[in-house]
Design a protein. Structure first.
Length: 464
């Protein structure tokens, strides 16, 4: 079984009906958490994840698994040598759903499943200690209406990475914010001070004005304490970020089943475009999608070699032309043919880094788009701008100069961990009106995930 990190569900168990059922439970979960100690909820979630991890580990060695169950459950028959009997012992002695065990065993018995065996062992997520990081992550998931048995180790792991990645922005923004808020009700003077904090985080003038004007209107209606003020601020930040996402009608961005998906990655040199493409390929493979890479950045030295390393790392084939200054459109032409022949779910296209002054590169990008429109008119095409958070507003303006040629449909924000300008996400949403699709908060292969505005804002304003 693979975990679909785009949909945040076990791939085999995901369906619209399951999603609707889970959404229907959200209010019940939130109501119960408002009455009960959230720490107990986190303990239950941790215990379930710990149990699942131990079972997955034990299934890799059925002899040890059965031996352990014999010792713990007084099962006398130790001559177990098939999956059915293992299922039977587990379901009777460990009080775990049979379907879950079946899926775990099936996945172990089918290790040759396409594109999964080649992922490096270091990619495996391990459940850590029951500490502040886990309880904070669990609280964020619970606040979204998730039940204790509906969360995954992957989600806990990512939220921890995200909070850590936003540490520099948080230190510069949140520490000052909390000092301003204190325990007293909000005042107009405090709101004025918040303006400077948002601008320093590179949130942009438009987003800052929108958020603070809403806060000022609220203060004219009622007195807000620090806790209510912070909650209102979080809500306004989410609204700004969510506006272009809702307008796009797609949330989250997921490869569509039954058709070819082509995602072009564009951006200026140095923003981490090729690395981002490699991480997206890895993310797709881990989530159970077939992928192919087109190495169409043929102008930058070693770009093709870098893509090929990522392809080898993730078990994804790379279509490339190693000739100097090869035609990028020709590479894409070959890649589309290969993707169709292999019935690939997702074709990722690496394009040359460019500036608005490089007219020849701009023309190459337009040529690539024409090739895609001609050869794959039925494909779902996304043009994703890769933006380095550390460049903030300057990087955004520079990269947007060629947005028209690329037909941008979304943004990937990288290097949030190395910047104190995480507020650039607000500028992207408010000033450019582009939906944020993925964010990168570290250098590891798992440090790039689909964007979730609620989780981003909670990590940005985490006070512990």
């Amino acid at each position: 079984m693979s975990y679909d990190e785009f949909k945040r569900q076990e791939r085999e168990n995901y369906s619209d009906s399951n999603r609707d059922q889970n959404n229907g439970q959200s209010k019940q979960v939130n109501d119960s958490l408002s009455q009960n100690d959230s720490l107990e909820w986190a303990k239950e979630a941790y215990a379930r994840l710990k149990q699942k991890q131990e079972i997955e580990k034990a299934i890799q060695n059925p002899v040890e698994l059965v031996s352990s169950l014999d010792n713990n459950s007084n099962i006398k028959d130790s001559s177990i040598d098939n999956s059915y009997e293992i299922e039977k012992k587990l379901s009777s002695s460990e009080n775990i759903e049979l379907n879950s065990i079946t899926s775990l065993i099936d996945s172990e018995n089918n290790k040759e499943e396409k594109n999964t065996a080649s992922i490096e062992d270091s990619n495996e997520v391990i459940l850590g200690d029951f500490d502040d990081q886990f309880t904070w992550s669990a609280e964020v998931l619970a606040a979204q209406g998730r039940a204790a048995d509906q969360i995954s180790i992957e989600e806990i792991d990512w939220l921890g990475r995200l909070r850590k990645g936003l540490e520099k922005t948080r230190k510069g923004f949140v520490s000052g914010l909390l000092d301003k808020l204190g325990d007293d009700p909000l005042t107009p003077e405090v709101v004025d001070d918040l303006e400077m904090l948002l601008l320093r985080a590179d949130a942009g003038v438009k987003a800052t004005d929108e958020v603070l004007n809403a806060l000022r209107r609220r203060l004219n209606e009622e007195v807000l304490g620090s806790e209510d003020g912070l909650r209102f601020l979080k809500d306004q930040l989410c609204q700004v970020i969510n506006a272009p996402i809702k307008e796009s009608g797609i949330d989250p961005l997921i490869p569509e089943q039954g058709r070819l998906n082509i995602w072009l990655l564009v951006g200026v040199n140095g923003v981490g475009k090729t690395t981002t493409l490699g991480k997206l390929a890895n993310l797709a493979v881990r989530s159970g999608y077939s992928a192919l890479i087109a190495a169409a950045d043929t102008f930058r030295a070693a770009a093709v070699e870098q893509v090929q390393i990522w392809g080898d790392r993730s078990g994804v084939s790379v279509i490339a032309n190693s000739s100097a200054n090869a035609d990028p459109a020709a590479v894409v032409f070959d890649a589309i043919g290969a993707a169709k022949a292999k019935d690939v779910d997702l074709l990722l296209v690496d394009t040359a880094g460019r500036l608005q002054t490089k007219h020849n590169l701009m023309e190459e990008l337009e040529k690539v788009r024409r090739i895609i429109d001609k050869l794959a008119p039925e494909a779902s095409v996304e043009s994703l701008l890769v933006l380095d958070a550390s460049q903030g507003q300057n990087g955004l303006r520079q990269a947007m100069a060629f947005g028209k040629a690329a037909g941008l449909t979304g943004v990937v924000i990288t290097k949030l961990d190395g910047s104190s300008r995480g507020g650039v996400a607000l500028a992207v949403s408010s000033e450019v009106n582009l939906p944020i699709r993925f964010i990168g908060a570290g250098e590891g292969v798992r440090d790039l995930r689909p964007f979730n505005s609620f989780e981003f804002v909670e990590a940005l304003l985490a006070n512990r």
